[in-house]
Design a protein. Structure first.
Length: 199
């Protein structure tokens, strides 16, 4: 019971963080495209991080729900989660490093509690992801190899499940970014029109 509660809580936190990352990307999209440079790297990194976050949520939901309703067996659900982790962890670490460097620079520049807190969280999250990948990825890949050898049906279901979840994850991010960018541009336009009227 407690394990299920923790998993649900982590999924909610992951969803909220992924949604927030996508919103921030949308708000920053137009400005950063003009500025370019390092900020563009950070923007795309946040997009990737959001897409990976949503993808992981979908992978867990598909695996657990599929298992609960009898559409997936334990080996297939395990293969989906392991393959999904293997596919997502490298882009998560790569984009996480860019975001982490940017947050350290912002904390050094601003020197306020909020930016220092964000930098601290990003330091912890990135270190944990690197440690987790180094500790679990080799044995996970070995286990995946054994699972894939045991039957073609597991392999096909796992690959298809991961593809669908990753596509759904990045599509979710894209939709949120587009809506956020659109609402931001309308807000800026309205403010400019209001300024022009009152000047």
């Amino acid at each position: 019971m407690m394990e299920g509660f923790i998993i649900a809580l982590l999924l909610i936190i992951n969803t909220v963080i992924s949604w927030w990352n996508a919103r921030v990307v949308g708000w920053s999209w137009i400005d950063v495209k003009v500025i370019g440079g390092w900020y563009k790297v950070v923007l795309y990194s946040a997009f990737i991080m959001s897409g990976c976050g949503f993808s992981w949520v979908y992978l867990v939901l598909v695996s657990f729900i599929g298992l609960a309703i009898g559409k997936l067996d334990v080996n297939t659900a395990q293969a989906i989660l392991q393959l999904g982790y293997a596919v997502l962890i490298i882009p998560i670490i790569g984009s996480g490093i860019a975001i982490w460097i940017h947050s350290l620079a912002e904390a050094y520049r601003r020197k306020d509690a909020a930016s220092i807190g964000v930098a601290g969280w990003n330091t912890f999250a990135n270190a944990y992801n690197v440690y987790s990948a180094a500790r679990t990825l080799p044995s996970m890949l070995k286990g995946l190899g054994s699972l894939f050898k045991s039957g073609g049906d597991i392999k096909v279901k796992a690959i298809m499940g991961v593809i669908l979840c990753v596509v759904a994850g990045f599509l979710t991010t894209y939709v949120i970014v587009q809506k956020s960018a659109s609402s931001y541009s309308h807000k800026v336009k309205a403010e400019l029109e209001s300024t022009a009227i009152h000047s």
